[in-house]
Design a protein around this ligand. Structure first.
Ligand SMILES: [Zn+2]
Length: 277
């Protein structure tokens, strides 16, 4: 019995050695493969001969490291390991995204240039007053004259710098809380697109920038007819939560006749129509 036991024992021992060698090769192979595909872990891992468990942990870490490093400048609330377009947004009381970096490109949604509290424009975006919008306004003004109203666009294109001055003055006068309801922070104004026209009636300057203008015959004519020339009333009554602004009877946005007509017929705000915030 004894010799055969020894024989078996030797066989088992040999067998075990082979298993250990093979297992080591597999682990080494896996580790090498992992390091080749994730060279960054060499910087923060003490060695590459870890077990599979360690490799897994490193793999998870290497997913997080580069993003956290690239987010060093942003606030804590935004440094999450999620993909960039899924970051949770923290919105302040006045509708702006906290810690939002300055825009580098303007945003177009379905070909429509967007400027609101969530979609800023670059400081360098300076298109000036839109030529088509101006031509449309002149046409509208001529028809309004026939209907008995003398319309004037008292504020159209505003540069980033001008908006900055304007906004700061409003904040000084009414406080930030109030100013944010009717005036955009620099970079967030639709006036910087060159497509927004603040409209009033000549001779009724006292009603410019007031909700009362919307109750005048001229204001009503505008709401009912502006889309025929390509404009929409951009900040309607009761939509402050969606547009970010209180009712502005005077602020019209040029979209072109087709889109303006479609938006008008839908009774939606531009944000709702385009499915954005
Ligand atoms: Zn305006």
């Amino acid at each position: 019995m004894k010799p055969s036991f020894n024989n078996n024992h030797n066989k088992n021992k040999k067998y075990m050695i082979w298993i250990i060698v093979l297992a080591s090769l597999v682990v080494l192979g896996a580790a090498t493969y992992f390091v080749i595909n994730n060279p960054s872990i060499l910087n923060n891992s003490s060695g590459s001969q870890g077990t599979n468990l360690e490799s897994k942990e490193n793999e998870e870490n290497s997913d997080k490291e580069p993003k956290e490093q690239s987010d060093v400048d942003s606030s804590d609330s935004e440094s999450s390991p999620q993909k960039d377009d899924q970051k949770p947004e923290v919105v302040d009381d006045n509708g702006y995204i906290v810690g939002q970096p300055e825009a580098t490109e303007p945003t177009y949604v379905d070909g429509v240039l967007i400027a609101n509290k969530k979609y800023p424009l670059p400081k360098t975006f300076q298109p000036g007053e839109d030529v088509d919008a101006r031509a449309a306004f002149e046409l509208m003004g001529a028809d309004a004259r026939k209907a008995g109203f003398e319309l004037v666009a008292f504020s159209t294109y505003r540069s980033y710098e001008y908006q900055q001055t304007l906004y700061n003055n409003y904040v000084e006068r009414d406080g930030k809380e109030n100013a944010d309801r009717y005036s955009a922070r620099p970079g967030y104004s639709e006036h910087q697109t060159g497509l927004a026209f603040d409209i009033g009636e000549v001779g009724r300057e006292d009603l410019w920038l007031t909700s009362e203008f919307g109750e005048t015959d001229a204001g009503k004519w505008l709401v009912n007819n502006a889309h025929k020339y390509g404009f929409i009333l951009r900040y309607p009554q009761g939509k402050e939560k969606i547009t970010g602004y209180m009712y502005e009877s005077w602020h019209f946005r040029y979209l072109g006749i087709q889109l303006a007509t479609d938006v008008k017929k839908s009774s939606l705000t531009l944000e709702e129509y385009l499915g954005i915030q």
